[in-house]
Ligand binder design. Structure first.
Ligand SMILES: [Zn+2]
Ligand SMILES: [Zn+2]
Length: 800
C-alpha cells in the first residue's frame, strides 16, 4: 500500500523540487519603501460605483452598454490603456505609478491605509462588434442511455494484511523519529556544534532530516500539505533570512541552495544545478522585494495546512457592478434528442521531443525516458514504446497516434477546447526557445489534423520558462512574460478573432462569441497559482483579469448569452491561491445563470468539482469538469474527453448533455505494440444520471460517499483505469469526495465537514484501521511539535 493516498496533481511533481528550493530560498528581507507600497486593498471609489461604471458606458440607465450596437462596453482608448506598465526598471516597484496621468475615468481604487495608490483603469474591454466563430452544423449525436453501474473487479480497499504491513511500517518510522527527536531535545548536538564552531551544516542537515524532507516532497507532489511541510517551510524561510541578514549575494545564495540540493539528495547534481540556475535569479529577485515573514509567506504558499494567517498584504476583493443578481430560474434539463455540439477536450499533452524507447525509465530525476538518462540497466527499467507509467512524458508517436485516432473516430467534432501544459516536465532544463518551439509545433499539428475546426486554447503552468513563472503586467524588465504572450497571440490567432489580441497580449485570457448567445471565456489561471512567486509581490487581481471577467459576464448577462469558461488550474485545487479562488467563487455565484459550465485540466486525473450557493451549501450552482491528461505522467493511462453540448435550437440551454472519457491501455499497448483507444465510460450511463445539471452531480457525490462499489467505479475512472492505481482507504476516500465538493480552494473545513463525518460513520473502523490512523496522526504530530520545531531556526542562527 502506498502511504499517502492519491489526491491530486502528479502534474506538479517536478515542481516539488522548485518549491523545496523556494521554501529554502524564501523570504529574504528587504524592508524598504517598496514593501509598504505593496499593501493594498481594493475598495469601491466611495459609493460611486454605479457612476464609475456609468462614466465608461459600461452601465447606463437603460442597461449595460445599451448605447453600443452589440451591447458591449465601448473599448478604452488604446493609447492610454497600455500606459499602465509603470515598472520600467527592476528597482522601480512603486505601485503609485498606477495613477499615471492620462488614464480614463475611475472604476475602483487601490488604497493603502487612507492613501489612494492606484486604480483599475487599465482593464481591457473587447471591441463592440464580434462575429461568431463556429459554423452551424446542427448535428444530433446519439448518446448512450443511463445504464447499470458495474462494480470493478479490482476493488481498491486495502486488505487486512496490507493494513498490518503498513501499520508495522508506520510503527517503525515512529520509533526511529521519536528516538532521534528525544536525543535532539536534550540539546547536546546543537550545543556541541555551536561551541565547536562547526556551525550550520551538520545541524541544518539534522534539522532538515528531522523535518523529513521526503515527506515534504511527497506532500508537495500530491498537493496535500500537512504541518510537516509548513514547519519545513518556516524553517527554510528562517534560514534564508539568516543569509540575507548576513549580506549574502544572489550568487552566494544560489551556491548554498545548490549544495543543499545535492547534499540532501533532493535531486541529482545536474538537476540541482539546472534548477538553481533557472530559478535562483528570479526567486531572489522577487524575495528581495517582499518583507513578509515566514508565517505569512508559508501561509500564502501552502494555505490551510499552514495556519490561516491574516495577511493584509494579500487581501482584496473584486467589485461587482450595481446590477442585482437576477432571480435564479428553475434549472432546465436539455431537450433529449435535440441538435448538439460534439466537443473535444485535450489537456496536459506534455509532449516530450526527447523521449526515447528503451532508455532508463527508472531514473532519479523529475523526468526520465530520455536519451540523457542513458540506456536501461535492466529490461524492466526500459522506457516503453508508447510511453511509460513512470516519470515519463508523452512520446511523439503516442501524440500522433492519438490525434489520428481522434480525427478518424470523431470526424463530427464541432470545436475543441485545449487546456494547456504542452511542454514536458524537464523543469530544470527548460528554455524560452524550446517551450516556444513546442508551442508552435503542437499548434501546427492541431491545425493540420483538424482543419476548419475552431480550437479554443487556454494557457498551462508549464508553458513558461521557468515553470510557473508568470510575472503580472507590472513587470516590464527582462523577466517580462511578453515573450510568451506575444507568441500565443500569433499562434492562437488562426482560431480566434483578432479582437482578442489585446487581452491575450496583456494577460493570455480572452472572450469569444462561439454562436449568437453562446460565449467561451478562456482564463489564464496562472495568476491564481501559488507557485507563481511573482504574486508574493502583489497578488491583487493580476492583469485585472477577474475584474475583466466580471465585465464580460455582466455583458453576457445583459445580452442573454450563456458562457462556458475554460482554463488550466482548477480554481478549487490547492494550487490556486485562496484569495483568488474566493473571489472567483463569488463571481461564479453571482453569474450562476450565465456560466453554464467550466472546464479545466492540470491534475491529470479524470474528475470534477462543484460550486455551491455561498448562502446555502446544499445547493449546487455550477460544475467544473476536469479533463484527463494526454500524458501518462505518472502511473496513468493517456486519455482525452468528449462532451456533448446542447446545440442550436430554440430551447437550447448550452448545458453539457453528457461526456465520455477515452483512454489507451498503456500496459497493453507496450506489451503488444498495438495501442487501442477506447471509451472508458459515459458519465450518464456509468453513474445513472438523469442529466448533468449541477444538482445531479451533487446527488452523485452523496451517493459516492455512501456506496462502496460506486466509489470504486468513480475511483477507477479517476485513474483512467490505470493498473498502477493504489488502494484507497477511508482517509483517501474522504479527500477524494471533498475534492469533488471543492470549487473553492483551501476551504475544506466548511465545504466538507458534513460529508466527511458521514464517510467516517460508514468506513470500516476495525482495530487495524484504528491503530493505523492513530499512528499516522502521532507521526504528523511529532513532526510538527511547535515548541521544538519552530525554534530550530533560532537554534541554528544562535538567536534562540
Ligand atoms: Zn500538466
Ligand atoms: Zn499544469
Amino acid at each position: 500500500m502506498r502511504p499517502p493516498p492519491p489526491v491530486a496533481a502528479p502534474a506538479m511533481t517536478p515542481s516539488s523540487v522548485v518549491i523545496v528550493l523556494l521554501l529554502v530560498l524564501a523570504a529574504c528581507v528587504s524592508g524598504g519603501p517598496v514593501a509598504r507600497q505593496i499593501a493594498r486593498n481594493v475598495v469601491p471609489a466611495g459609493s460611486q460605483t454605479f457612476q464609475a461604471f456609468a462614466a465608461e458606458g459600461v452601465v447606463t440607465a437603460e442597461g449595460l452598454g445599451a448605447a453600443e450596437g452589440a451591447g458591449r462596453a465601448p473599448p478604452l482608448d488604446t493609447a492610454t490603456a497600455t500606459a499602465d506598465e509603470p515598472f520600467a526598471t527592476e528597482d522601480d516597484w512603486d505601485v503609485t505609478g498606477l495613477t499615471g496621468a492620462g488614464l480614463p475615468g475611475e472604476r475602483y481604487q487601490v488604497v493603502e491605509g487612507d492613501v489612494v495608490v492606484g486604480d483599475s483603469n487599465d482593464v481591457d474591454v473587447v471591441p463592440a462588434v464580434q462575429s461568431a466563430v463556429l459554423r452551424p452544423l446542427n448535428r444530433t449525436h446519439v448518446l448512450p442511455l443511463p445504464g447499470v453501474v458495474s462494480a470493478p473487479a479490482d476493488a481498491a480497499s486495502p486488505s487486512d494484511a496490507q493494513l498490518d504491513v503498513e501499520t508495522a511500517r508506520q510503527f517503525e518510522l515512529l520509533r526511529v523519529n521519536y528516538t532521534s527527536l528525544l536525543a535532539d531535545l536534550e540539546g547536546t548536538a546543537w550545543a556541541e556544534d555551536m561551541r565547536a564552531g562547526r556551525g550550520l551544516p551538520r545541524i541544518v542537515d539534522k534539522a532538515l532530516w528531522l523535518f523529513d524532507l521526503k515527506q515534504v516532497v511527497q506532500e508537495i507532489e500530491t498537493s496535500v500539505m500537512s504541518k510537516v511541510s509548513c514547519t519545513a517551510c518556516k524553517a527554510g524561510v528562517g534560514l534564508i533570512q539568516h543569509y540575507i541578514r548576513g549580506g549574502k549575494s544572489r550568487d552566494d545564495i544560489n551556491k548554498i541552495v545548490y549544495q543543499f540540493c545535492v547534499s540532501l539528495k533532493i535531486q541529482s547534481p545536474r538537476v540541482c544545478e539546472g534548477l538553481t540556475e533557472l530559478f535562483g535569479g528570479e526567486v531572489v529577485h522577487v524575495l528581495k522585494r517582499v518583507s513578509l515573514g515566514p508565517e505569512e509567506v508559508c501561509s500564502f504558499v501552502i494555505g490551510d495546512a499552514c495556519g490561516d494567517v491574516y495577511n493584509p498584504f494579500h487581501e482584496w476583493k473584486v467589485i461587482f457592478p450595481p446590477v442585482p443578481k437576477p432571480e435564479v430560474p428553475e434549472p432546465k434539463v436539455p431537450t433529449e434528442g435535440a441538435p448538439s455540439f460534439k466537443v473535444l477536450h485535450l489537456s496536459d499533452t506534455h509532449y516530450d521531443p526527447y523521449y526515447q524507447e528503451g532508455t532508463n525509465a527508472d531514473c532519479n530525476e523529475p523526468l526520465c525516458c530520455r536519451l540523457t538518462n542513458g540506456p536501461a540497466l535492466s529490461p524492466q527499467a526500459a522506457a516503453g514504446r508508447w510511453g511509460d507509467y513512470r516519470k515519463c512524458d508523452t512520446p511523439k508517436r503516442t501524440v500522433d497516434h492519438m490525434l489520428q485516432h481522434i480525427a478518424s473516430t470523431h470526424p463530427d467534432i464541432d470545436y475543441i477546447i485545449w487546456t494547456g501544459d504542452l511542454p514536458p516536465h524537464d523543469v530544470w532544463n527548460q528554455t524560452r526557445e524550446e517551450n516556444l518551439f513546442i508551442l508552435k509545433e503542437t499548434v501546427a499539428q492541431m491545425a493540420q489534423l483538424f482543419p476548419g475546426i475552431p480550437i479554443f486554447p487556454a494557457l498551462g503552468n508549464h508553458e513558461a520558462a521557468p515553470v510557473n513563472s508568470f510575472p503580472p503586467p507590472f513587470v516590464q524588465n527582462d523577466y517580462s512574460i511578453n515573450w510568451l504572450y506575444d507568441e500565443l497571440d500569433a499562434q492562437w490567432r488562426q482560431w480566434l478573432p483578432s479582437s482578442v489580441s489585446r487581452t491575450v497580449r496583456r494577460g493570455a485570457f480572452y472572450s469569444v462569441l462561439v454562436r449568437p448567445g453562446f460565449r467561451v471565456i478562456s482564463l489564464n489561471m496562472n495568476y491564481c497559482n501559488n507557485k507563481n512567486w511573482w504574486l508574493l509581490l502583489n497578488s491583487t487581481d493580476p492583469a485585472k483579469e477577474l475584474q475583466w471577467f466580471i465585465y464580460e459576464l455582466q455583458s453576457a448577462e445583459f445580452n442573454e448569452e450563456k458562457v462556458h469558461v475554460i482554463g488550466h488550474i482548477p480554481p478549487g485545487h490547492s494550487d490556486c491561491l485562496k484569495v483568488w479562488s474566493r473571489n472567483f467563487y463569488r463571481i461564479v455565484n453571482r453569474y450562476e445563470s450565465t456560466i453554464v459550465s467550466l472546464f479545466f485540466g492540470h491534475t491529470h486525473y479524470d474528475e470534477f468539482e462543484l460550486f455551491y450557493d455561498t448562502e446555502d451549501l446544499g445547493r449546487a450552482v455550477s460544475i467544473a469538469y476536469i479533463g484527463p491528461s494526454v500524458t501518462p505522467y505518472y502511473d496513468l493511462n493517456p486519455g482525452y474527453r468528449i462532451y456533448y453540448v446542447d446545440g442550436d435550437h430554440k430551447d437550447t440551454t448550452r448545458a453539457v448533455i453528457d461526456h465520455e472519457t477515452w483512454v489507451m491501455n498503456l500496459k497493453e499497448a507496450n506489451a503488444y505494440d498495438y495501442p487501442i483507444w477506447y471509451k472508458l465510460y459515459s458519465a450518464r450511463a456509468a453513474y445513472q444520471l438523469p442529466s448533468l445539471l449541477p444538482q445531479e452531480w451533487d446527488t452523485l457525490i452523496n451517493k459516492i460517499a455512501q456506496d462502496g462499489p460506486l466509489f470504486d467505479n468513480y475511483y477507477k475512472h479517476y485513474w483512467k483505469s490505470s493498473p498502477r492505481r493504489p488502494p484507497c482507504d477511508g482517509e483517501c476516500k474522504k479527500r477524494m469526495v471533498c475534492d469533488l465538493r471543492s470549487g473553492k480552494s483551501h476551504d475544506r473545513k466548511v465545504l466538507c465537514q458534513e460529508i466527511e463525518s458521514r464517510i467516517d460513520a460508514n468506513t470500516r473502523t476495525g482495530w487495524r484501521a484504528w491503530i493505523y490512523n492513530g499512528l499516522a496522526l502521532s507521526m504528523s504530530m511529532i513532526m510538527a511539535i511547535p515548541s521544538f520545531t519552530y525554534q530550530i531556526p533560532k537554534y541554528v542562527f544562535g538567536l534562540g
